[in-house]
Ligand binder design. Structure first.
Ligand SMILES: O=C(CO)COP(=O)(O)O
Length: 268
């Protein structure tokens, strides 16, 4: 099991799905489902990452109903303000009560040419605004076939965290998402996830400090489902999951969040 001082995080990346009206229904239903099962949010943190256009509605709902679900955005600008058409700043996300923001999701890297320097700038902006960046890293199929997944992913981690003070680096969440496992139904084995997550932690220990390596949460992402979450979470260096498709289905996502209860054989 993972170090118990790191609170597991289950984060649902909705990608470009769910409008603001649907978002209110989904979050409400998720909250009811988890409350009904007496989910302990201190034990397993639950976050949703809706599209920008949903955030205000989600904020109003979460605040109004004093929900324990937290939320965040899928991207953030490297600029503070000004003539950057279409971009959303850290200050805007902070005003919306965002706890988290993704930085460098593989789909941003692939379709918007985001490189490690951009991811680093985004993580830095988020931290300065008091928002926790979830820095996404992971190899594509070619790299995996060549057996270079560890070196490839560690280079992304180095680039994304370059220049961060240890006190900031400690707050970052890293999501290992092998690109070949995203949206493909091809879930990495728990051992695959552990191999790279352990290597990431080792690198943080080497390049920053053992204390930072101990406190940083490392998530796995890529076709996670209720049925696979328990096995992945049983790995010592995996501290949560970044969930795409399954986070759009309340029962699936609630089941992922409740992996501990389900493992212990409590009622589903
Ligand atoms: O990209 C992902 C989460 O950020 C993973 O998506 P899927 O869970 O749909 O494979």
């Amino acid at each position: 099991m993972a170090d118990t001082t790191r609170t597991p995080l289950m984060a649902g990346n909705w990608k470009m799905n769910i409008n603001h009206v649907e978002a209110v229904h989904l979050v409400q239903k998720l909250s009811w489902t988890l409350q009904d099962k007496k989910h302990d949010f201190e034990r397993v943190e639950v976050a949703v990452l809706p599209p920008f256009t949903d955030l205000r509605s989600v904020q109003t709902l979460v605040d109004g109903d004093r929900m324990k679900i937290v939320y965040g955005a899928q991207d953030i600008s490297v600029h503070d303000e000004g003539a950057y058409t279409g971009e959303i700043s850290a200050a805007m996300l902070s005003k919306l009560g965002c706890s988290y923001v993704l930085a460098g999701h593989s789909e941003r890297r692939q379709y918007h040419n985001e490189d490690d320097a951009t991811v680093n700038a985004k993580a830095t902006k988020a931290l300065a605004a008091g928002i926790t960046p979830i820095v996404c890293v992971g190899e594509g199929l070619e790299v995996r076939k060549e057996g270079r997944q560890v070196e490839h992913t560690l280079a992304q981690v180095d680039g994304a965290l370059a220049g961060l003070k240890p006190d900031d680096a400690r707050k970052v969440v890293i999501a290992y998402e092998p690109v070949w496992a995203i949206g493909t139904g091809e879930v990495a084995t728990p051992e695959d996830a552990q191999e790279v997550c352990a290597a990431i932690r080792g690198r943080l220990e080497e390049t920053i400090s053992p204390a930072v390596a101990d406190s940083v949460r490392i998530l796995y992402g890529g076709s996670v489902k209720m049925a696979s979450a328990g096995g992945i979470m049983s790995q010592p260096d995996v501290d949560g999951c970044l969930v795409g498709g399954a986070s759009l289905k309340v029962d699936e996502f609630a089941g992922i969040c409740r992996y501990l209860d389900l493992q212990l054989g409590y009622s589903s």
